[in-house]
Design a protein around this ligand. Sequence first.
Ligand SMILES: [Ca+2]
Ligand SMILES: [Ca+2]
Ligand SMILES: [Ca+2]
Ligand SMILES: [Ca+2]
Length: 238
Amino acid sequence: MSQTSRSTSRRARAATLACTLALSACFTDEGAESAGATSGSDGEATQGASGEATQGASGEATGAGPAGSESSSSATGVEGCTPSGDEVCDGEDNDCDGLIDEPAGSSALECGGCEARVIGSSAYWFCQDEIQWEEARGHCESLGAHLIILNSEAEQSEVFAQSPIEYFWLGLTDAEVEGTFRWVDGSTPADHGFENWPANDGNEGIADCVYTQTDSTAGWNIVTCEGSFVQWTCEAEL
Ligand SMILES: [Ca+2]
Ligand SMILES: [Ca+2]
Ligand SMILES: [Ca+2]
Ligand SMILES: [Ca+2]
């Protein structure tokens, strides 16, 4: 049950993300969703009617709609995905790897305002809306990923060279302990032996979130988390 509800809420989050990112995709997805739901519940009603009639449990018949739909989607496969399936842009995890709308092999996938591509040993989603840090973090989690963590200068150079966007949030904040910046996985830049603060950084204080420009000479910049003037990049290690 909990797996089903988790997958349901992940689908809901993914649908919300699609709506947030692309209004046209939102209408398309919603149309597809509700068409699917309608035919699904019609199917359930037919099967449910004969099944429930045999058992004669009117109480169960009342709840047959939602309960029937959930068990049906579990029965057709784990979260409706196929391990050998191709990942497509639909807000779902089509190939059962836990990632949503990730790049298919070496090909980039453009989806919902993000361009997902593999660079080195991670998948990255470069996303175009300018949103607040927390919102970006939530979107990354709903894709099965996290806000980008720059573990090394090599990773930073590769990402900067291939990024289609110029300014984006990093998964780096000192919101928990002022002055101690941690990546969203709990590690610190010192743990990795790599940081890229500009020499003249004077932007500390109450600001807690960090973005970067894809010009390595500019360095990381600490700003208020409530700012929504940069884009965002998610990462998932492969
Ligand atoms: Ca996937
Ligand atoms: Ca997908
Ligand atoms: Ca990384
Ligand atoms: Ca701070």
